[in-house]
Structure formats: C-alpha cells, structure tokens
Design a protein around this ligand. Structure first.
Ligand code: ZN
Length: 374
C-alpha cells in the first residue's frame, strides 16, 4: 500500500513539525521518555488541531500474573546480578513494512538490510519475542539476552510466501528470520504480523492458509483493521465494523482472537472503543495496542507502561528523513548499546522480575510479588 505508507510518513513528519518530538532531546533521555504519554495527548498524529486530547486510559491494565511459587530470593538475586539483569529496562519494538529486493517506497526495507540488521541483533544478544508475549509479560528468553519485538504491518506477501515445496521463500521476512535462526543458534524466529483484509494477497497460498502456517510456526497474527483507515474520524459503529471485520477474519482463520492491535498510520484515538468491542460478528479485548513511534517501549512490568499506547520504532538507518538520525532503529540500537543500564536484560528466570535495587521505583505495584531486586 505505497500511498498509505506515504501518508504514514507524512503523519510522522507532521508529528515532528508539531513538536511532538522535543526537538533537541537525545534519544533515550529519560525525562523525554517519561513525558511522551502526556506530549502525545497534546498532539497525536491524526488528531485535528484543537481537538480535545484523548481521555486518560480508563481501560483495565493488563491482568496481574497468576500467583507463582515462591523463589529463593538470594539465589535468584545472585544469578540476576551475574548477568546484569534489568527486567524493568526498555524494549525496542520495530515497525516494518514491505521487504523488497529493491526498495520502491520510503518505508520499504530490502532483504539485505533486514538480514544485516537482524544478524547484528543476534550478535548483540537480542532475542525476538512476539508483541503478544511482550504485552502479557511472557518474556521467556535466556539469561543475559535482550528482548526485541519485530512487527510487520499490512500483511504483505513480502512477509510470508512459499516456494513450490511449501517452504518460506528466502527473501521474505519469514525466510530471513529462519535463516538467521539457522546461522545463530538460539535466536528465536518469531514476529508479529498486523494484518488488514486479504492478508498476504497474491501469494502462493490463500491468505487464510498463510495465517494458519504462521500461527503454527510461532508467529503472531494480529488486528490492524480491515480497511486501514484513520480511526480518529469514525463513529463508534464505524470503528466497531473496521476492527470487528478484521477480527472475524482472523478468528475464522486461526481459531483464536487477536491479543494485540496496531492503529493504522499509528493514528490513535478512541482508545477505549478500540481496545474492547463487539461488532461485525466478532468480540475483542486487546491486551496491548501499538502506535507508530520514535522510541523504545517501557518494560511491561514498569509502572509507566501504557498498554493502550505502546510506541514502536521505525526500522531504518540514520537517514535525515523522519529524524532517523536520532529516532529510527539504527540510532536506537546504538543508544541502547551505549546505555546498557536502560536496556531490558533478562535473568532467564520466568518466575522473577529482576533488576538492580535502585530501579525499584519503576516497578508496577501489581508485580511486586515477583520482584527480585539485587
Ligand atoms: Zn499499516
């Protein structure tokens, strides 16, 4: 959808011009990263000038985890300290559109660019988790590794298509991830695909089969509305139809509801309407909703984590456009490498949420039973 992608870029640019990004701030400046929820409410992309900001989220936060068996605090803390665990650190969530041999639109990525970038992530101890795993707090990766969430928008056949033998084509997103997993043992080849109507259209399998194949192989399929329209101008009925029609298609295909949702163009509004609803033959209740964006996300265990407005980072080198020199993926991975204390690092123990003692103030109170400060 090149025209939509151009529109998305235009929205990001408008946001930049509108002062959506504090102009002189450096990526990751802590104050700036606490602030955006408020800043965003002032001038959300897609929001008409002067329109009232969206109401503060009233929807339920993600449900607390089920009770877990008590753990040996001293032993768990020692293990966490040994790898510098920080499970209240930040998590980069990449927003990716088409994957092309040769880029045709500004949001396109090439096969080589993705292969090189993801290989670099594997070498730097990043391990992918899906958007659903992230928002539900199931970040089960080995000790010392950093989660990264790879999200692909709009259900393009450049994400998932198959050869005559039924294997993923090597130049698709899925093919690239599987190759990286073969070359870097331990790297999880998982990602989230936010799809609209007719997903993976034009591929060697019907879209419904591709969605089933992806789900069977650990990938996530999630809701991105059926027609990819800006939700901010819609009535509740229209919005229910946009989300419900997509949701019904997904449930009919894979037999389970979407856990996550991405706003078309990252243009978010009507947060509560979008989060839970009923329409067009489907019911939904999303645990996490994703924007376009410009910064890593808070840990899902952090008290600042806002499940209705989870930022994503545009996947791109440090080009001038969109302020990518500071706000796209290459810039952020460099920043996270230089600021390891800000980055999420796993302790490898799913029974605990481990972090240095001085980060205790960032912990969401509902997770205090799992806290393992050291
Ligand atoms: Zn989209």
């Amino acid at each position: 959808m090149p025209h939509l992608e151009k529109f998305a870029v235009a929205l990001i640019m408008v946001a930049v011009v509108a002062g959506f990004l504090a102009p002189r701030e450096r990526p990751g400046d802590r104050a700036s990263r606490i602030q955006p929820a408020a800043g965003v409410a002032r001038s959300a992309p897609g929001q008409a000038p002067g329109q009232a900001p969206p109401k503060a989220p009233a929807a339920a936060p993600p449900k607390p985890k089920p009770k877990r068996a008590p753990f040996n605090q001293a032993k768990a803390a020692a293990a966490a300290r040994a790898v510098g665990a920080n499970e209240l650190g930040e998590v980069p969530i990449l927003m990716i559109h088409r994957v092309m041999t040769k880029a045709q639109a500004s949001l396109d990525r090439t096969t080589k660019e993705l292969y090189d970038e993801f290989t670099g992530l594997a070498k730097q101890n990043y391990d992918p988790v899906t958007a659903a795993e992230f928002v539900t707090g199931k970040i089960n990766i080995p000790a010392g590794k950093h989660p990264v969430v790879l999200t692909f928008d709009d259900g393009s056949i450049t994400h998932a298509d198959f050869d005559g033998a039924g294997n993923p084509k090597p130049d698709t997103a899925v093919g690239i991830l599987q190759r990286i997993a073969r070359e870097n043992p331990g790297f999880r080849p998982v990602a989230t695909f936010f799809v609209n109507r007719d997903p993976f259209y034009g591929g060697s399998k019907p879209g419904i089969e591709t969605m089933r194949w992806l789900t069977r192989n650990g990938f996530e399929i999630a809701n991105h509305t059926t027609n990819h329209k800006d939700l901010s101008k819609m009535s509740r009925d229209e919005l229910d139809k946009e989300i419900g029609t997509d949701e019904k298609m997904i449930v009919d295909a894979i037999g389970r509801p979407s856990i996550t949702f991405a706003f078309p163009f990252g243009s978010y509004s009507h947060l509560d309407w979008a989060q839970q609803g009923d329409g067009a033959g489907a019911k939904w209740s999303f645990t996490g909703m994703f924007l376009a964006g410009w910064k890593p996300a808070d840990s899902p265990y952090a008290k600042d984590f806002d499940p209705q407005r989870i930022p994503r980072i545009r996947d791109k080198e440090k080009i001038k456009e969109d302020d990518c020199k500071q706000y796209c993926s290459t810039a952020w991975f460099e920043w996270l490498a230089k600021n390891p204390d800000k980055r999420y690092t796993s302790d490898g123990n799913p029974a605990t949420i481990a972090f240095p003692q001085d980060k205790m103030i960032y912990l969401a109170p509902r997770y205090k039973d799992w806290a393992c400060p050291y």
